[in-house]
Design a protein. Sequence first.
Length: 131
Amino acid sequence: MWYKVVQIADWFGEMSERYKLVRDFNKAAKDSFINGQAATLLEAKITWGESSYRHAFSKFMGGGFRIKALSGRPMAKHELIEVGKVVVDNEPLVRKLVSLGWDTLEVHDNHGVSGCKWALKEHAHIGGFLK
């Protein structure tokens, strides 16, 4: 019985950490936009993710980490890729996302329905040598 209580507490702790990461990302993005350091306001949220990108630690529902770029205009694909590269080029951040159960990074603008997706496991260098 106590095992189940510990298991439930661990699950809520992990969910809390996931929501905290999203909140912290959104606060930092908002501050950067307000201070003029970023030309585009970014907002993160949890989505379903791409089932083909799943890994052993993926959350059943909520494997997607979506960044919406609020640019006021449709963004070109290369602009969406630039936003995504900032995340996937940050290996510690990618490893944190993977360890918290995310498997997909999605980047969209606020006008169109198209966007870009990355499998986070491909950018975490899992099983290789650390730098």
